[in-house]
Design a protein around this ligand. Structure first.
Ligand SMILES: Cc1cc2nc3c(=O)[nH]c(=O)nc-3n(C[C@H](O)[C@H](O)[C@H](O)COP(=O)(O)OP(=O)(O)OC[C@H]3O[C@@H](n4cnc5c(N)ncnc54)[C@H](O)[C@@H]3O)c2cc1C
Length: 319
């Protein structure tokens, strides 16, 4: 069990800041705020349809650690479509479930298999940093997409034609991008949603999980390969997925109890104890990250106001 380390995808090109030379103003058919998987995919689809697109993200690089670990078949086919021939490089493995277990030592016997996903048997495990790397490379190749990385959205004027005030995060230089349409793909914090005055409807109670991701060979892991195991353990409910990807062998999401000592829970020895029931050979397991994922399910009251649209985690988060 090794400590977490920074993940870098092999072959990722360095994207160097060129803050002082670029122009931060312009008029486009569409401006996309946020270059996560949703924004990058939307930008490529719009550009493929003939639009001139600007995409803005305050980060220079994709988030380097795994986040979502599996997607449904509709999302996967969209990613493949926008990646074209490069889709072959995407690490994927069949995923299924969820199935509910009451005893973490008996992962051969599900209690029930609830039909939470319409396509439960055609999901796929993915490695999100690699997906986002490939999407950003596809954007860079697209002649109709202008990328503004290292640029933060600061103010949105939602007039007949949306105008986005942006700031270069290094130089502090300001500019305005205007467009016929603006897409808020800026994640759960939802800058565009907030600026547009769109309210959230909270769907459930907040919950916190300790997420543990590891490289681990499938033959040393308990349970069914690719399946999302929901373990209704009386002491600590958890979600466990032996994913079978080279980059990401397994994920655990352990429920954190209210008031629990989180730093103590994240100590290496404690993590070793938590994952021990699922791992036959601990020496073959390398922990990539352990992080706390705090989540409140929500959906925005609307996904459109005038020519501003909300997409992805900015408009709903229901996991
Ligand atoms: C540990 C962990 C586990 C997760 N597990 C799951 C899961 O099991 N299921 C699930 O559905 N989701 C999960 N998520 C959430 C997952 O990350 C999202 O579902 C997915 O990344 C959403 O994609 P997105 O493109 O909508 O938003 P994001 O990937 O969040 O991308 C938003 C982008 O907008 C940029 N941005 C934000 N504000 C601004 C601004 N003002 N100016 C410029 N750029 C801005 C950000 O830099 C970011 O690149 C998890 C997240 C974490 C951290």
């Amino acid at each position: 069990l090794l400590p977490g380390r920074m993940l870098r995808c092999a072959g990722r090109p360095e994207r160097r800041p060129h803050a002082l030379v670029r122009e931060l103003s312009g008029r486009y058919d569409a401006v996309v705020v946020g270059c996560g998987p949703v924004g990058a995919t939307a930008a490529i689809l719009l550009a493929d349809a003939g639009m001139r697109v600007a995409i803005v993200d305050e980060s220079w690089h994709p988030f380097p650690f795994p986040r979502v670990e599996s997607v449904d078949s509709a999302a996967l086919s969209l990613f493949r479509r926008v990646l074209g021939a490069e889709a072959e490089k995407l690490s994927c493995a069949p995923a299924s479930g969820p199935a509910v277990y009451t005893d973490k030592s008996r992962l051969d016997k599900p209690t029930v298999k609830p039909a939470l996903y319409a396509d439960a048997e055609s999901r796929a495990s993915i490695f999100q940093p690699q997906l986002e790397d490939l999407l950003r490379s596809a954007l860079e190749r697209h002649a109709r997409v202008h990328e503004f990385f290292g640029v933060s959205a600061r103010h949105l004027a939602n007039e007949a034609e949306p105008a986005l005030m942006v700031e270069d995060v290094i130089s502090g230089k300001m500019g305005t991008l205007s467009a016929t349409y603006l897409l808020g793909c800026d994640g759960a914090h939802g800058f565009v949603r907030v600026q547009s005055g769109l309210q959230l409807r909270v769907l459930g109670s907040p919950a916190s999980f300790l997420v543990v991701d590891a490289e681990a060979p499938l033959d040393g892991l308990a349970g069914t390969s690719g399946e999302l195991h929901l373990v209704a353990d009386a002491e600590r409910p958890l979600v466990y997925a032996p994913l079978g990807l080279r980059e990401l062998g397994a994920r655990w999401q352990f429920g954190i109890r209210p008031g629990e000592d989180v730093p103590a829970l994240r100590a290496p020895e404690r993590i070793r104890t938590l994952i021990a029931p699922f791992v036959a050979q601990p020496e073959r397991v390398r922990v990539l990250q352990h992080t706390v994922y705090a989540h409140t399910p929500f959906v925005a009251e609307r996904w459109r106001t005038r020519n501003v649209f909300l997409c992805g985690d900015s408009v709903h988060s229901t996991a």
